[in-house]
Design a protein around this ligand. Structure first.
Ligand code: NAD
Length: 497
């Protein structure tokens, strides 16, 4: 079996770690690769390589760094089928879902390529007599990027904004899905990224802890579950680093009496069960107006029953496996507990199997009618166990959304502008969908939730990413000599403030 290697200073190196874990294909359970849990020395070596590469990279002209992004986009696009196959193999998404992720991921590279524009500073002439003021954006040094399992291409590509702005990077991919990141790092070298600018270290939480507190790391971008996001945020900021930590979600989808149910049904089902519900934007809890509840549930269940669980490589499959046996067992236990507590199982996927794929991690679409204060309704379950509840109207729905520990996104289905406007104004979340079940802001807008869904201030992606990966330096200047026409200079700039 292939043993995965770290990328340190442009060299793929075998870890000397005694411990490792297996990367498994979720559809078969087959071990694809042995994933080492890198040692402290290896983590330090990766940081040292990034430190060494920084001075030359930050002096590389911004258009030259942007030119790398253009070449990288070309290389990633040329390898899209290969990368999609890797995503499917290690993550279990269907081929269509994997290609969809890649499309979004490549848009990150496109936005990062705009660095000559987005890195622009600002100048004001004559802020005082004979005095000019400007700010420039400077890279900060070495950034760490820590990724979750569910978007093996997209989240590690946060590195594009870090390097486009002149920083160097150490990525720690998810131990469950490192293969796509490793291949994308190889392709970055093929596109001409200099050695040491991008490093990859494999491992478990010890890698994250060391990076988050390493004296030579300037900042850390984390995406994962809320509990870990909070831990990492506290650790990194406690060590004086910049940190943005995106956490988990429990997204509510409100179906009102003014919804165009037939038109929105496919969108709702896709939000709830697409990518085996392993998306931070996945609809988790359906809130349905009492007045349309029965009609909606009949239509919704008919659409859910059309989902086809199976081999993610089969084009007919619309629901792939969940990431691991442990995740499946956790979801089954949560449904068991809800059932014992009196919840009604409207659809029960606990015993799902797929012929010929007996080793896979299967869970069929599950829908639970549960009280809105129950554990299954409130806790994040990152798999196809979804909840539904009746609501009397908008006020009750907004109250439920805002009482959630999470504030990632909320969606309203309505053809009434007034209802949509009230909903978007009153919901305390980071993203709102209006008749759009997964309101993911793509590369060109920043992403981030509220409460336990996000720790930090600058969000991920787009111009927030440029702000996160750069610091503004202000320069106030005046000049003396024959050509200078304003003498003496403004006393405000020579005196004491
Ligand atoms: P996870 O929190 O288990 O792991 C994320 C990363 O943290 C991994 O690289 C892992 O190795 C590392 N890690 C695990 N335990 C750690 C610890 N104790 N200390 C430090 N690091 C640790 O998340 P996951 O299961 O890989 O991904 C799914 C989660 O990510 C879900 O909660 C999902 O909602 C969330 N997510 C959020 C967004 C967003 O934009 N907010 C996007 C994608 C996924």
């Amino acid at each position: 079996m292939r043993t995965l290697q770290n990328l340190i200073g442009g060299h793929w190196t075998t870890s000397t770690a005694g411990e490792s874990s297996a990367v498994r294909n979720p559809a078969t359970g087959e071990a694809l690769a042995d994933h080492p849990w890198s040692t402290a020395d290896e983590i330090d070596a990766a940081v040292a390589a990034a430190v060494a590469a920084f001075p030359a990279w930050r002096r590389t002209p911004v258009p030259t760094r942007a030119a790398f992004m253009f070449r990288y986009r070309h290389v990633l696009t040329a390898h899209a089928d290969e990368l999609a196959a890797l995503i499917t193999a290690e993550n279990g998404k269907t081929t269509e879902e994997a290609k969809g992720e890649l499309l979004r991921a490549i848009q990150y590279v496109e936005h990062a390529a705009a660095a000559p524009e987005t890195m622009k500073g600002s100048v004001t002439e004559n802020i005082g007599t004979g005095v000019d003021i400007e700010y420039i954006r400077e890279p900060l040094g070495v950034f760490a990027i820590v990724a979750p399992f569910n978007f093996p291409a997209m989240i590690p590509l946060y590195f594009t904004w870090a390097v486009a702005t002149g920083n160097t990077v150490v990525i720690k991919p998810s131990e469950l899905c490192p293969l796509t990141t490793i291949r994308m790092a190889e392709l970055a070298a093929e596109a001409g990224l200099p050695a040491g600018v991008l490093n990859v270290v494999l491992g478990d939480k010890r890698v994250v802890e060391r990076l988050a507190t390493h004296p030579d790391v300037a900042g850390l971008s984390f995406v994962g579950s809320s509990h870990i996001a909070e831990l990492v945020y506290r650790m990194a900021t406690g060590a004086g680093k910049r940190c943005q930590a995106q956490g988990g979600a429990k997204n509510h989808l409100l179906v009102t009496d003014s919804a165009s149910i037939d038109a929105c049904l496919a969108n709702i089902v896709s939000s709830m069960y697409g990518n085996a519900s392993q998306r931070c934007f996945a609809g988790s809890n359906l809130l349905v107006y009492d007045s349309v509840y029965d009609r909606f549930v009949d239509a919704f269940l008919a659409a859910v029953d059309e989902l086809r669980l199976g081999d993610p490589l089969d084009p007919a499959t619309t629901l792939g496996p969940v990431i691991s046996a442990a995740a499946r067992d956790r979801f089954v236990a949560a449904v068991d507990a809800a059932e014992s507590g009196g919840a009604t199982l409207i659809r029960d996927g606990r015993r799902a199997t797929v012929d010929g794929f007996e080793g896979g991690f299967w869970l069929g679409p599950t829908l639970v009618e549960a009280p809105t204060d129950s554990a299954i309704f409130r806790d994040e379950l990152f798999g196809p166990v979804r909840c539904i509840a009746r609501v009397a109207g908008l006020d009750e729905a907004v109250e439920i959304v805002n009482a959630s520990d999470f504030g990632h996104s909320a969606v309203v289905y309505t053809e009434s502008g007034g209802v949509a406007r009230e909903f978007r104004q009153r919901c305390d979340v980071g993203q709102i969908g209006v008749n759009v079940g997964t309101p993911a802001p793509i590369a060109f807008y920043a992403v981030g939730g509220r409460r336990a869904s996000f720790y930090g201030d600058l969000r991920g992606r787009a111009n927030d990413a440029v702000d996160f990966y750069t610091d503004k330096k202000v320069i106030v200047s005046t000049w003396h000599g024959d050509l200078v026409q304003h003498k003496p200079i403004d006393p405000a700039f020579t005196g004491t403030i």
